[in-house]
Write a protein that binds this ligand. Sequence first.
Ligand SMILES: O=C(CO)[C@@H](O)[C@H](O)COP(=O)(O)O
Ligand SMILES: [Fe+2]
Length: 255
Amino acid sequence: MVVSPKIAPSMLSSDFANLAAEAKRMVDLGADWLHMDIMKLSFVVIDLNDTEPFLVSYLLTSLLFHLQDGHFVPNLTIGAPVIESLRKHTSAYLDCHLMVTNPMDYVEQMGKAGASGFTFHVEVAKENWQELVSKIKSAGMRPGVALKPGTPVEEVYPLVEGETPVEMVLVMTVEPGFGGQKFMPNMMDKVRALRQKYPTLDIEVDGGLGPSTIEAAAAAGANCIVAGSSVFGAPESGKVISLLRTSVEKAQPTT
Ligand SMILES: O=C(CO)[C@@H](O)[C@H](O)COP(=O)(O)O
Ligand SMILES: [Fe+2]
């Protein structure tokens, strides 16, 4: 075994009202990591004519706050307070995927909240990735870098080879933003290129993974598998988790 499989159910597809119980259920069914998608709202539509003045002022203040960051993806999910609450209920590895435009702003709070891995997007960290990676490590988290489908894989090479390297590359196999989308098989070229160059690197795939797509991802060399709708939507989630693991194990070269 060169790299060990890490099966990471995406909690984006879980019942948010029962997050702690859902996390325990996944760990009991064999999950190695819990994948937490942290996204920021892109745009707010409000009808000002029909709104109380105090609410208008509150909404405008929030909107200004959001605009400092929020235009990476058109969705709003969870943040550090939820990670902090969940951490009280589980010791599992919380694999946090930050879909925000200013990841640096979140390092300290995510570290304090109890995040285990902090994966930022290369598209928004071209200028400051070295400082970002150092801060993530100092905050006690494992740094990872993600790339969107349209981003060439070469863009992450310097981050893997840097003096303070990232420890995981996350290849997006759908456009970031939502669960339940269709897997993009052509992204496997990126995974193959990464695996050939870095035999022991953790390579994560995220988006549309499940029984019908895992073979392609595992054969290309992915070992960390994020799966949301295929795991939570299955009648027997544990069977899907085991199948994902077996596929990764089978595809590994034996040493
Ligand atoms: O980062 C994302 C979406 O932006 C993912 O982590 C999804 O949550 C994966 O969900 P499925 O495609 O497996 O349903
Ligand atoms: Fe994700």
